[in-house]
Design a protein around this ligand. Structure first.
Ligand code: NDP
Ligand code: 8X3
Length: 254
């Protein structure tokens, strides 16, 4: 059996970084992509030293229309045959009433969460089809399952991921390519710091009074989804903290 290789977008932080650790610890080679080169380089050094796997880094902004092509050329040049693409790069920017929304914030979310995922998947899916194997795991969200007040464009972007996951699965199924979605509730990462544009106290308050999911909880699920036998496809996993029952229903300690 060949050593498996996973491509992870948004690997410099949070869920993507936790996935990098989890897959490396299981002997997978990795292609890590994100914008922050230094974080990727540090991660590569740590993973290679600890797990003796091959880790390649690619500085990549998924909002760039050529990002998919750049990634595909990179893996081709390195003679990599990828087994798995984890479409994890994503973000929320802002949380407020639609009628007060910032168009620039909307565009960042749409460009990253929808168009970025499309650019990357469009470039990697044909490689999977040609190989005759491959698996795409998309990071959706509870926000892609139910709307919540002030979520508007982030919600819409994750509904798009939900729909795309289903439709991509139909198109790739005849080729034996698996397509899955993981849809988490609240996970404590840099997500809220990014959403609130660096406002640490507002970001921290999101997780006040309850135990949120950790990035490693989601990485465990991603690894499980990727590790089922070839004839099994986990279509969709919705995962929340025990203290969360829907996007807005949280049990917080007084
Ligand atoms: P983090 O902010 O910790 O990580 C986001 C990652 O995405 C970073 O590595 C960042 O890297 C990368 N990224 C953002 N924009 C781009 C871009 N334009 N090009 C390339 N990479 C990019 O957040 P999470 O780990 O929480 O988020 C990961 C995914 O999980 C997202 O899709 C998010 O929507 C989803 N999610 C998160 C939840 C949560 O509560 N945290 C819940 C449900 C879903 P860099 O800045 O270096 O480019
Ligand atoms: C992130 C979780 O509830 O902020 O997707 O939308 S939430």
């Amino acid at each position: 059996m060949h050593n498996k290789t996973a491509i992870i977008t948004g690997a410099s932080s949070g869920i993507g970084k936790a996935c990098a650790f989890r897959f490396a610890s299981e002997g997978w080679n990795l292609v890590l992509a994100a914008r922050r080169t230094e974080k990727l380089t540090e991660l590569k050094e740590e993973l290679e030293a600890k797990y003796h796997v091959k880790v390649l880094c690619l500085t990549l902004d998924v909002t760039n229309k050529n990002s998919g092509q750049t990634l595909a050329e990179f893996i081709e040049k390195q003679a990599i045959k990828p087994d798995l693409l984890i479409n994890n790069a994503g973000l929320a920017v802002g949380l407020g009433p639609f009628q007060q929304g910032e168009v620039n914030d909307w565009e960042r979310m749409i460009d990253t969460n929808i168009k970025g995922l499309l650019y990357i998947s469009r470039a990697i899916a044909p490689i999977f089809v040609e190989q005759g194997y491959g698996h795409i795991i998309n990071l959706g969200s509870v926000a892609g399952k139910e709307a919540y007040p002030n979520g508007n464009v982030y919600v819409a972007s994750k509904f798009a991921v939900d729909g795309l996951t289903k439709s991509m699965r139909m198109d790739l199924m005849p080729h034996g390519i698996r397509v899955s979605q993981i849809a988490p509730g609240a996970v404590e990462t840099e997500f809220s710091l990014v959403r609130f544009k660096g406002d640490e106290s507002r970001a921290n308050s999101v997780y006040d009074g309850f135990v949120p999911l950790k990035a490693t909880d989601i990485a465990d699920a991603v690894f499980y989804v990727a590790s089922t036998p070839k004839h099994v496809n986990i279509n969709d996993l919705v995962i929340m903290p025990t203290a969360q029952a829907s996007a807005m229903l949280l049990k917080r300690d007084a």
